[in-house]
Ligand binder design. Structure first.
Ligand SMILES: C[S@@+](CC[C@H](N)C(=O)[O-])C[C@H]1O[C@@H](n2cnc3c(N)ncnc32)[C@H](O)[C@@H]1O
Length: 318
């Protein structure tokens, strides 16, 4: 049995989702179902839990865990970028709560055949949805140097991006880059000795490739408006991000959607606007020291939560 993913900030997630209200709850990043199980236990008969993941390998574990409580469970193999379509196909109009626990699961990270890890000698796949999309191997062997450098700089926030991209391009001219250890050696050789000693020198480049392979930032941009659209009045959206690029997107979108007026700055307000959501977390919530000590992978987590406003109540001044 592979190591199960430990759900991050579970108590906080359950409290912000406020599952005791009942209704339809969506865990759009099901993984091993740790958060989903917490939600499922709170739900009574008549409620419905929908779990979505694009990695077909998660369902057996999640299915085994999600049994024995009264709520209905539906598990969907697909991308959360199709959220509205998925809910439509299930005949669900609006939902009481939705969770996005972004990033990769422990299981995906530890599975050598997936190639997420810079430890070991795995192939360079890095697709969470193994059915489609380009692999990391294809990206490092095919992309022009400029594009590689951009990806490594933007998504990895790696200051040696140009040097690394140049080394990758010269190395692949000699022989194709096929494995993570081969790529790690190339990255190390591109870095000055002092930088090689800090953390793992390949950490940022691997993060960048993973984000590019899975189109992680584009996916977040696609799902957030759909999630807010589908929340019922008072419904909750909870998002956990694991790096600053993800968190910045969530923070900016939440701020925009919570603003009262959407007219361009400097113009009189003609939108009679009310923000669509109320921020429940003015600042990102971080895991406690105890949680970080017991689950070091939670260290970088940042949780943000919002509630959909009830526009009719707002207009009536309630
Ligand atoms: C951090 S894990 C979630 C772990 C889960 N909360 C638990 O307690 O076990 C993130 C999961 O989201 C999934 N995922 C990432 N992007 C996705 C997308 N666009 N659509 C559906 N699932 C996605 C990954 O396959 C992975 O299983």
């Amino acid at each position: 049995m592979p190591e199960l993913h430990i759900p991050v900030m579970l108590t906080e997630v359950l409290s912000y989702l406020d599952c005791s209200r009942g209704g339809v709850y969506v865990d759009a990043t099901l993984g091993d179902g740790g958060h989903a199980l917490g939600i499922y236990r709170c739900l009574g008969a008549g409620s419905h839990l929908v779990g979505i993941d694009w990695d077909g390998e998660v369902f057996q574990v999640a299915r085994e865990r999600l049994q024995g409580y009264p709520a209905k469970v539906t598990l969907v193999h697909g991308s959360y970028t199709r959220l509205e379509k998925i809910l439509g196909e299930l005949g669900i109009g609006s939902v009481a709560g939705l969770l996005l626990d972004l990033g990769v699961s422990t299981r995906q990270l530890l599975d050598e055949s997936r190639g997420f890890s810079y430890h070991g000698e795995a192939g360079l796949d890095m697709r969470m949805d193994g059915r489609r999309g380009q692999t990391a191997e294809e990206l490092v062997n095919r992309l022009p140097e400029r594009e590689l450098s951009r990806i490594i700089y933007q998504y990895g926030e790696e200051r040696f991006a140009r040097r690394i991209a140049r080394k990758i391009v010269s190395a692949r001219a000699e022989r194709p880059i096929k494995s993570s250890d081969q790529l790690v050696k190339i990255i190390k050789s591109a870095m000055p000795p002092a930088a090689r000693r800090a953390k793992h020198p390949a950490r940022r480049t691997f993060q960048a490739l993973r984000i590019a392979v899975n189109r992680e930032l584009e996916n977040i941009e696609q799902v957030l408006p759909q999630a807010i659209n589908r929340l019922e009045p008072g419904g909750r959206l909870v998002v956990i991000a694991y790096h600053s690029l993800e968190d910045r997107l969530v923070k900016t979108y939440f701020r925009e959607q919570s603003r009262r007026c959407h007219c361009p700055p400097g113009y009189p307000c003609i939108c009679e606007g009310e923000g669509k959501i109320k921020l429940l977390t003015p600042r990102a919530v971080k895991p406690t020291e105890e949680e970080i000590a017991s689950n070091p992978r939670s260290r970088s987590a940042r949780l943000r939560a919002a509630a959909k406003k009830d526009v009719l109540k707002v207009k009536a001044g309630e």
